[in-house]
Ligand binder design. Structure first.
Ligand SMILES: [Ca+2]
Ligand SMILES: [Ca+2]
Ligand SMILES: [Ca+2]
Length: 179
């Protein structure tokens, strides 16, 4: 961690995850994001999709808490989040974040066809307060084979760039909007 672009991305992601804007990450934020994602996708409480989406966000929280909550108080502060050894490390990314990114991919893949359409990514944009224009600009950059879908590899590459690249021009940087 340390480079300016990394710091900006960490701040951006922290603000995205801090759904209740109280300056720290707790399980509540992830429950809120999960239900927001389910609502944006039109999945009512009690439906199998609702349960799947909530489980994905729950897993995301558990994975982050067990690795980033340095002082073990059940919350992740902005400092804990940004100072994590995770940023910039491909090894840490593969071990910690790649499985979480897979869970979120499944949560985004509403129709379960194994790829993310523009419509599915717009649902995610709504749930994470990213503008439609920003999401489409991200989509076009990371759909590297230009087939109009993000497949697993394209999605994973973009998430990996977000966490590990200090290239200010890396396409994955704008996963949650411009930095
Ligand atoms: Ca919070
Ligand atoms: Ca899909
Ligand atoms: Ca594609």
């Amino acid at each position: 961690m340390a480079t300016a672009i990394m710091q900006k991305k960490a701040d951006r992601l922290f603000d995205t995850f801090d759904a209740d804007h109280n300056g720290r990450l707790t399980r509540d934020d992830f429950t809120r994001m999960g239900s927001g994602m389910a609502a944006a996708g039109g999945d009512p409480e009690g439906s199998p999709r609702y349960a799947q989406v909530m489980a994905a966000y729950d897993r995301l929280w558990d994975g982050l808490r067990s690795n980033l909550d340095a002082n073990a108080d059940g919350e992740i502060s902005r400092e804990e989040f940004a100072s994590s050894a995770l940023w910039g490390s491909s090894a840490q990314f593969r071990e910690l974040i790649a499985p979480l990114a897979d869970a979120i991919f499944a949560a985004y893949d509403t129709d379960g066809d194994g790829r993310l359409s523009r419509a599915e990514m717009l649902v995610a944009a709504r749930a994470h307060s990213v503008s439609e224009a920003d999401m489409m600009s991200f989509f076009d950059k990371v759909d590297t084979n230009g087939d109009g879908y993000l497949d697993r590899a394209e999605h994973m590459r973009s998430v990996e760039e977000f966490y590990t690249s200090d290239d200010p021009k890396a396409a994955g940087n704008i996963l949650f909007g411009p930095v």
